[in-house]
Design a protein around this ligand. Structure first.
Ligand SMILES: NC(=O)c1ccc[n+]([C@@H]2O[C@H](COP(=O)([O-])OP(=O)(O)OC[C@H]3O[C@@H](n4cnc5c(N)ncnc54)[C@H](OP(=O)(O)O)[C@@H]3O)[C@@H](O)[C@H]2O)c1
Length: 350
């Protein structure tokens, strides 16, 4: 198979670095263009990046010159597929401009997540929402596909397999790592030895993105899932990985072993299609009494699986802890999986 040339916008940031790691030796895609802000433009990648991930900067990008984030850059480089790790304020206009010029954008930014023409896709959960990508393609030539906020991607992974057990409401309380705030993070004086019970807009994002992702397509539009979601988010002094404590309420008393069986057996389209970045199982259950923990569980299935433990039932409620790798499953990994799915399903041309 001929590898497709791809670009990465926001290549020096944490999500951009994770894209580079996942795409530097990818069977379908070849990194052919990197862009960032005017501060980095014209410089070699390894001269400007503050590499924060495990392992070396991949050789393939070390000497690549960072280019301007613009439509001209991608046209000149003959690139149709672009992965976006831009701040939302920057993504807002450029992603739409690229789409309207026939490019395919896989974005991590929140700017367009709630736009009704643009889906938020996690391919294990709602691959049918790719229909909205086809609709955009017909109308604009290209498309923007987003993936969810990092916390939401773990949360919905746990909800999807048990929705049919008559789920009524969900309360999620998070312990989110510093890397979730990007490369510049949080000032050490604010977070060291501390917990901050506020992350701007995060609770609202979890509540509305969950309903959109779990929604059904009706006459070409997403009808949001009716479910009560209450989110409480806190930043904790942990570098990578988000922990979530989730309590689910069902319409009637819940059978714990059925609940566990549904989680363990859950697989989606990426597993059936054996996509290169698909984990063998997207949900891993762990029995140790004090897990999951970010330091032990962050690399499970190369960061593509969520890890669930400490399941407890009381009448019609079930509580558990879940760990999600915010940069992989919560960001770049799901974008790459979306692109693999789109290619395999011929939503993007080879
Ligand atoms: N971190 C996470 O866990 C996570 C998870 C899910 C989604 N997201 C979302 O993913 C996006 C990237 O997050 P991040 O954590 O990687 O952020 P980050 O570490 O702050 O990186 C931001 C990137 O955007 C570039 N950039 C900044 N201003 C620009 C401009 N005016 N024009 C072009 N490029 C510009 C930066 O380039 P320079 O180096 O040149 O400044 C850098 O490459 C954000 O929208 C974020 O909300 C993040």
């Amino acid at each position: 198979m001929r590898k497709l040339r791809v670009g990465i916008m926001g290549c020096t940031g944490l999500v951009g670095q994770q894209f580079i790691k996942m795409l530097s030796n990818h069977p379908y895609f070849e990194i052919s263009c990197l862009t960032a802000s005017s501060n980095s433009e014209g410089k070699k990648y390894n001269e400007v990046v503050n590499w924060m991930l495990k392992g070396e900067i991949p050789n393939i990008v070390k000497n690549l010159i960072i280019e301007k984030t613009s439509i001209e850059t991608f046209i000149k480089n003959n690139i149709k597929i672009v992965f976006s790790a831009l701040p939302s304020s920057v993504a807002k206009d450029i992603e739409i401009e690229l789409r309207n010029n026939g490019l395919y954008i896989f974005s991590n930014a929140s700017a367009h997540r709630m736009n009704e023409e643009i889906p938020i896709i996690i391919p294990e959960i709602n691959p049918e929402h790719f229909e909205l990508a086809e609709k955009q393609k017909n109308k604009y030539g290209g498309f923007v596909i987003t993936n969810s906020n990092c916390t939401t991607s773990g949360f919905v992974m746990a909800l999807k397999p048990i929705l049919n057990l008559k789920l009524k409401s969900a309360i999620i309380t998070t312990y989110q790592s510093i890397s979730g705030a990007g490369r510049k993070g949080i000032p050490a004086m604010s977070i060291f030895g501390n917990v901050i019970p506020y992350i701007k807009d995060e609770e609202e994002k979890i509540e509305r993105e969950t309903k959109k992702i779990l929604g059904q397509l009706v006459n070409g539009k997403i009808k949001e899932k009716e479910i009560e979601v209450i989110a409480n988010c806190a930043r904790v002094p942990v570098p990578f990985g988000h922990l979530e404590c989730i309590t689910l309420e069902f319409e009637r008393e819940i059978n714990e072993s059925l609940f566990i069986k549904n989680l363990i057996n859950f697989k989606g389209e990426p597993q059936k299609l054996r996509l290169p970045s698909a984990p063998e199982r997207p949900i891993i259950l762990i029995n140790e009494k004090d897990r999951p923990q970010p330091i032990f569980d962050i690399h499970t299935e190369k960061g593509m699986a969520v890890v669930i433990g400490r399941i407890r039932r009381k009448n019609n409620k079930i509580s558990f802890f879940l760990h999600v790798n915010n940069l992989v499953r919560g960001a770049a990994g799901t974008s790459v999986l979306n692109a693999e799915y789109a290619l395999k399903k011929e939503i993007i041309e080879n």
